[in-house]
Design a protein around this ligand. Structure first.
Ligand SMILES: O=c1ccn([C@@H]2O[C@H](COP(=O)(O)OP(=O)(O)O[C@H]3O[C@H](CO)[C@@H](O)[C@H](O)[C@H]3O)[C@@H](O)[C@H]2O)c(=O)[nH]1
Ligand SMILES: [Mn+2]
Length: 628
């Protein structure tokens, strides 16, 4: 079953050729999971069992006796409806089980295939929106962790989008830029694996070498925290350079989060800025796009599109990484793993993105709020990876910039500004950079509809990945043992439910749009991939069967109606099989993917709680959640 990605064409070499050239070194390989044939056979058996169950419900619906006709039909109908919904969800879920694959990359072969000076440049986009919900200290840790990638520094540019338009974020980034000139050489000199400073100092016992760095980090942290406490007042007291002070002049009295001009600040310029050992620094750019209450801002998708354009006027890298500010890089060699896919001539032409799973730190031992989301972030993507590839999950994803500007075979040149040569960074961003970050720039253009990150759903990530795959693009799931990125999770039940609700609203927006996976999806991407996407688009409807099953059996019991077969009835075996079969298979998959039974159990618990939570949440306010 093992195949090497770059060797796919080698089998056609004629066997009688006396001396055939040595096969090129593989950069990656994949294997189809051994359980695949079992999955398929089980799906067949289980499908038969589900059909029998639906048949039984239909029979009993038709045979209601006259006296109890009304209540009986109502009960039978609600059970039929519930089980039909569950059956639909089961069908869509099977798409992930038909061909799950596991991939490997061989970074060690990279240097023999491509020279470091030919590595593509990398633009990293980090989104943040509210300094009080997402502390700037977290955002700068994310920025520092990627600036310290094991990648030619002059090829890395980090763009931080601040949708909150906050002086606190800008100030923190200025501090981070100074700290980075010490942190980057320190990481490289001592070969530090953990390049997110906060995580590093939390996990390392100090010694003489680290002590100096730790003190420096502590001072920066204290400074940022004290500015945070004063809510930005007196920022000026902490700033020594005139140039930096000028940047804050944009914050005039009329400046609010909803209404303000564009602010773009180049905080580090790889052409001129050097670290303390004299080596080039990566570029670091702060971007707060123009906001006006009379123009739509399209939330995170809008922010990402501004970054796409602003970066095009500056570094214009062909590879773009999107990250949320609460998710830091945990492995400095991640971009090299990405190159292993991008430099495969067989896969590359249709490859739009490489998605790493969202993995989290700070989850309690038994994960009581089901935050690990193992199906969503690890199991299901392995399943999609066997066909056209996983969906985009918003963070930890490397795009080919080109893929956001039309299908794989369209002749659009990458980028809408169509800049010819690679523009040069400059300490004073050009008028063009400001122009492309303005509210009106997208008016009457294809941005968000045919180009860039797509508008129309609160889950812009899912929707964008879906539309790209409809255009014929492929994606790859990369899940190395050492997590490539680690994020924060909601730490309480309210946050977990709020997040879940926002996702559900966004998914249904896609499920009931003209681009829904059933009518549009099947036509564009085939049945199997469309089912992958339908699984999520209609995911929120699982609250229907859960609610019915939470109410109807009790009512039936009180009214003396028997709705389940007795133990001596042959139908009982069917219920037994359906119940144990589904739970058993799920528990096995979960634990085989490196989790525990307790975590699985809590995942099940949260599945119910989230489902009921949908129903109980009519007072939901999207705008408040989505940081207007
Ligand atoms: O108007 C906005 C709203 C949000 N964000 C940023 O978007 C990111 C994600 O928002 P968050 O509220 O943290 O959503 P989560 O539910 O935690 O995030 C998951 O779900 C989102 C929507 O599907 C994806 O975008 C994320 O990548 C994914 O981690 C954060 O970095 C925000 O700063 C903006 O930049 N502008
Ligand atoms: Mn988040």
């Amino acid at each position: 079953m093992k195949r090497s990605g770059s060797n796919q064409n080698q089998s056609c070499v004629h066997s009688s050729t006396p001396i055939s050239p040595p096969p090129p070194l593989p950069l990656h390989s994949f294997e189809v999971l051994r359980r695949t044939p079992l999955n398929r056979a089980f799906a067949l058996v289980y499908a038969t069992a589900i059909s029998a169950l639906l048949y039984r419900h239909t029979l009993s619906l038709l045979s209601g006796s006259a006296t109890t006709f009304f209540s009986f039909s109502l009960v039978s109908f609600s059970l039929l409806l519930s089980d039909a919904v569950l059956a639909f969800m089961w069908v869509t879920e099977q798409a992930f089980r038909m061909r799950p694959v596991r991939r490997k990359v061989f970074i060690e072969n990279l240097s023999r295939v491509v020279d470091e000076k030919n590595f593509p440049a990398l633009d990293v986009f980090i989104c943040t929106a509210d300094p009080f919900k997402e502390p700037p200290l977290r955002a700068i840790n994310t920025a520092l962790s990627v600036m310290a990638y094991d990648y030619p520094t002059d090829k890395v540019s980090v763009y931080v989008s601040d949708d909150g338009g906050s002086q606190l974020t800008l100030f923190s980034l200025m501090e981070a830029a100074k700290f980075a000139t010490h942190w980057l050489p320190f990481c490289k000199e001592f070969r530090i694996e953990e390049r997110c400073p906060d995580a590093y100092f939390r996990s390392t016992h100090s010694c003489a070498q680290t002590e100096k760095m730790k003190i420096m980090y502590g001072m920066m942290k204290e400074k940022i925290e004290s500015v945070m406490e004063r809510r930005g007042g007196f920022v000026n007291d902490f700033i020594s350079s005139d140039h930096h002070r000028q940047a804050f002049n944009k914050w005039t009295p009329g400046f609010t989060r909803q209404d303000h001009p564009t602010v773009i600040e180049v905080l580090l310029d790889s052409g001129t800025d050097k670290d303390v050992t004299g080596r080039a620094m990566p570029n670091l750019v702060y971007v707060s796009r123009e906001k006006s209450s009379s123009w739509p801002h399209h939330f995170k998708a809008g922010a990402l599109n501004v970054l796409l354009r602003v970066s095009e006027t500056m570094s214009n890298a062909p590879v773009v990484l999107t990250l949320d500010c609460d998710m830091y890089s945990n492995d400095p060699r991640t971009p090299l793993r990405v190159l292993c896919h991008l430099f495969d001539p067989v896969v590359a032409p249709k490859l739009a993105y490489i998605q790493f799973p969202q993995r989290f730190h700070g989850i309690d031992k038994h994960d009581i709020y089901g935050n690990e989301q193992k199906h969503l972030f690890q199991l299901n993507p392995m399943g999609s990876d066997g066909s056209a590839g996983p969906n985009y999950v918003g963070s930890g994803c490397f795009f080919r910039r080109r893929s956001l500007f039309g299908g794989p075979f369209s002749f659009l040149s990458s980028g809408v500004l169509q800049l010819q040569a690679k523009p040069i960074m400059s300490a004073t961003p050009s008028a063009l950079s400001h122009h492309v970050a303005s509210c009106t720039f997208e008016h009457a253009t294809d941005w968000g509809y045919k180009m860039g990150f797509r508008y129309g759903s609160l889950v812009e990530d899912y929707y964008t990945g879906y539309r790209l795959q409809c255009e014929g693009w492929k994606s790859v799931f990369c899940n190395p043992n050492r997590a490539a990125f680690l994020g924060d999770v909601p730490l309480n039940l309210t946050d977990a439910l709020t997040q879940n609700r926002r996702w559900c609203v966004g998914l249904l927006e896609v499920g009931f749009s003209r681009y829904n996976p059933i009518t549009f999806g099947i036509r564009s991407m085939g049945l199997l991939m469309a089912l992958n996407y339908a699984h999520y688009a209609y995911w929120p409807i699982w609250s229907i069967p859960i609610t019915i099953y939470a109410i109807v059996p009790q009512l039936a019991l009180i009214n003396g109606l028997s709705i389940f077969p007795t133990m001596w009835d042959p139908w009982f075996y069917l219920y037994w099989f359906l119940f144990l079969g589904a739970y058993g298979q799920d528990a096995i998959e979960f634990t085989l993917a490196g989790s525990t039974i307790q975590r699985w159990w809590n995942d099940q618990r949260m599945w119910l709680i989230r489902g009921i939570g949908q129903v109980a949440s009519s007072s939901y306010n999207i705008d408040e959640e989505a940081y207007i």
